[in-house]
Design a protein around this ligand. Structure first.
Ligand code: DGL
Length: 268
């Protein structure tokens, strides 16, 4: 197979990375995509960086050896913030995380230099977003807080009801108080709450990393002359809870095809 026709690997701890899958599919309709959801070991958001690094290395190896992916997108923010460096040290192909594209977009948007970040506990604790923002622009102020309840809300399909509204309001209050004008949605699930955050956020601009990463991927493929494919899709899941199909339908408006179960032993 021509190397440009090989698939792009996208991996996530579970279903949330489908927001990134959707953005990539929209921008690059021709590409062959392989999505890996580690549903057996989700959530990553409370786990230690060491454990997430082990999982990420296993999944990357699997996708590179089995599917011969030409590029790898780490769709999960928690995996990006803990494992991007170690993945780049171990594998020789374009590897893209979600942190930098989100950071660059936030720096482009902000007018007052006060930027907020929300994500899982581990993502915020690593300081990956905070460091990347401050390294790129001195003098800005960064406010970063974990918002763990947003993940189960999304997985329950509660995107707009009054419980979701209350939780979002509570979580956004410190950012509004701090006068941030730009908020990075540093978790795969949060783009599904964009509507309600837009209403509760009192004009704060929201950065959806999924769109930013799709754009970055397109640039890299063009630069390296790697564009190509027939729009094929495959899904590897380490377990099959119903919420994968549910979220797929919500986001893509169709059923996923070519869904395969991967036993955890195959990753070791
Ligand atoms: N995919 C994770 C992230 O973007 C959220 C879900 C989890 O905790 O595994 O950080």
């Amino acid at each position: 197979m021509k190397s440009s026709n090989l698939p792009i690997g996208i991996f996530d701890s579970g279903v949330g990375g489908l927001t990134v899958f959707k953005a990539i599919r929209k921008l690059l309709p021709q590409e062959n995509l392989v999505y890996f959801g580690d549903l057996a070991r989700v959530p990553y958001g409370m786990k230690s960086p060491r454990l997430i690094q082990t999982y990420s290395l296993q999944i990357a190896k699997y996708l590179i050896e089995k599917s011969k992916v030409k590029a790898l997108v780490v769709a999960c923010n928690t995996a990006s913030s803990t494992s991007l460096e170690i993945l780049k040290e171990n594998f020789n192909l374009p590897i893209l995380g979600v942190i930098l594209p989100g950071v660059e977009e936030a720096l482009r948007l902000t007018r007052n230099g006060r930027i907020g970040v929300i994500g899982t506990r581990t993502t915020i604790k690593t300081g990956a977003y905070q460091k990347a923002l401050l390294e790129r622009r001195k003098g800005i102020e960064v406010f970063a807080y974990p918002t763990p309840l947003l993940v189960p809300l999304v997985e329950e399909g509660w995107f707009e009801n009054r419980i979701a509204r209350l939780v979002v309001r509570e979580y956004l209050a410190p950012f509004i108080q701090a006068g941030v004008d730009t908020l990075i949605l540093g978790c795969t699930h949060y783009p599904l709450l964009k509507k309600i955050m837009g209403k509760e956020g009192k004009g704060i601009m929201l950065v959806d990393s999924s769109q930013a990463v799709a754009q970055k991927l397109k640039e890299i493929l063009e630069e390296k002359d790697l564009k190509g494919g027939e729009g094929k899709e495959e899904f590897y899941l380490t377990d099959t809870p119903q919420n994968f199909s549910f979220l797929f339908r919500v986001l893509l408006g169709r059923e996923p095809e070519n869904v395969k179960l991967v036993k955890l032993e195959e990753l070791l």
